[in-house]
Every structure is written in C-alpha cells, then in structure tokens.
Write a protein of this length. Structure first.
Length: 261
C-alpha cells in the first residue's frame, strides 16, 4: 500500500499527496458517492506526479452506470461521460458488475468487467437455500449462473414498474415457492422497492425463508422496511456496509494480476 495523504481544505475541497516515488499504481475507488470521482482523478494525478507511468483503476461499484442511454430527449448520458474521463487517464479499468453491456462498452478496449455471481453462488449454497429467484427478467441470466454454482434451479419474477419507487411483482405461472428457503438475488439494491415487493409476494406464496443477496448494496432508504419479509441480507463488499459478507478482493486480484508486469 502506498502512503497517501488526504485531507480537506477549509472550503471542503480535497487535497491528495502521494508520499513516495512510485513506478506504477493500482487505484481502487468507487464513483459513488460522486465525490469518489474527484478522489480518483486527484489520486491519479498525484500518482503520475510521483512517477507512476502505468496506471490501473479498479472500480468495485461504478456509480452513474444506470444512465447508459438517453431515456428522454436531451438527457446527459452519465455512464458515457464518466467513462470517457477515466479512459483518458488510465491504462486499464476493471469494474465489478457494471449495470449493462452498454456501460462496459463505453470503457472500450481498456475496460474489463469482473462478474461476482460465482462468489454469490457459493454463498447461496453455503446458506442452505433451495431455490434462486430473480426479481425480474433483467437479472434472470445472472440468477441462473448463481443457481448453477449452487446446484439449484432458478426462476424470474414478473415485474412491472409503475414509478421510480413503485413496482408491481408477480410469480411466473406454475412456479411454486411453498415451504422453500429462497435466495432472492439482484445486482444492485438502491431504494429496495423491487426486493421488498418481491419478498412480500414470495411470503404470500408460502416461502419458508427469504435470504436476499446482491452485488452492490446501497440501501439508500434503509432496511427496516424488510422486517417480517426478509430473513437475511448479504452483499459483496463493493460498497462496504453492515451486510458485506462476501469479499470480492481475491476475485479482483486474480483478474488484475496478469496486467501487472
């Protein structure tokens, strides 16, 4: 680990200084909250000034990745903007479970996505789950990968989004969760509306236990609303928090190691 000094000026601006000469640097930083973007950029510049001529960036959670196209006219495509800034300054960029293939594409040939589903699959098996459930078809393929690692079957719920904070969820026709220990999986939990509604439906249909797993756990509105519906929550440590029970460190290091020469 390099010795790096970080402090805030009186006006709140960030100061970064690398305290020793270096030949290269692997910088680890999230773009969420967005102050992390400034930290990454200043740390990169300080590393360059300290002599680093090979610069690798690891982004465990890529904030702003969900705005990967214009959903309405004249919107900023934030995933593209942030990616362009980073691509210009780094030799390689590694991201854990970016939101979409479009987001990964913005990183071009310098970008590589690292998928955490195998880690979650092993945890799902370890916890004694009996069925893997995706809250919608958007995570269906990933849930199937998790289920494959755990040696289980998977199903995807039917989801209809009513608003930014409200969704309607239903079980697929013919699916049964009665009496089962269910692993409810997703890539990202932000407000948690989808997970909450999915949990309610699963309980209504007789699920004995609901264990929630996700890659990135933001929980911006807290978790108290899950009481009575969710029995446990486990996330990776891409966004560190009280539910970070799966470390991506070894997975990331194995992917990055071949580029350190």
């Amino acid at each position: 680990m390099a010795r790096v000094t970080r402090r805030r000026f009186a006006d709140g601006e960030l100061y970064v200084k690398v305290e020793e000469g270096i030949d290269g640097a692997i910088i680890v930083g999230n773009t969420y909250p967005d102050g992390g973007i400034i930290d990454i950029l200043l740390t990169r510049d300080a590393s360059w000034n300290a002599g680093a001529r090979k610069l690798i960036l690891i982004v465990p959670y890529f904030g702003y990745a969900r705005q990967d196209s214009m959903f309405q006219n004249y919107e900023a495509v934030s995933a593209r903007v942030i990616s362009e800034i980073l691509v210009e300054r780094f030799d390689r960029i590694f991201v854990v479970n970016m939101h979409s293939p479009e987001g990964v594409a913005f990183l071009g040939s310098k970008g590589k996505e690292i998928r955490a589903e195998p880690l979650i699959g092993r945890k799902v098996k370890e916890d004694g789950n009996e069925l893997v459930v995706s809250p919608d078809d958007g995570f269906q393929e990933e849930a199937a990968r998790i289920a494959s690692v755990a040696g289980l079957e998977s199903i995807a719920m039917n989801k209809k989004r009513v608003s930014d904070t409200k969704v309607e969820i239903s079980l697929p026709q013919g699916a049964s969760v009665d009496g089962k220990v269910v692993a409810l999986t997703d890539d990202l939990i932000s407000t948690g509306g989808t997970i909450l509604e999915s949990s309610k439906i699963l309980k209504e249909h007789g699920a004995r236990r609901i264990n929630v797993y996700c890659v990135h756990g933001l929980f911006v509105t807290g978790t108290s609303k899950y009481a009575g519906f969710v029995d446990s929550i486990t996330t990776t440590d891409t966004v560190e928090g009280p539910f970070s029970g799966i470390s991506v460190a070894s997975l990331v290091s194995s992917e990055v190691a071949p580029f350190i020469t």
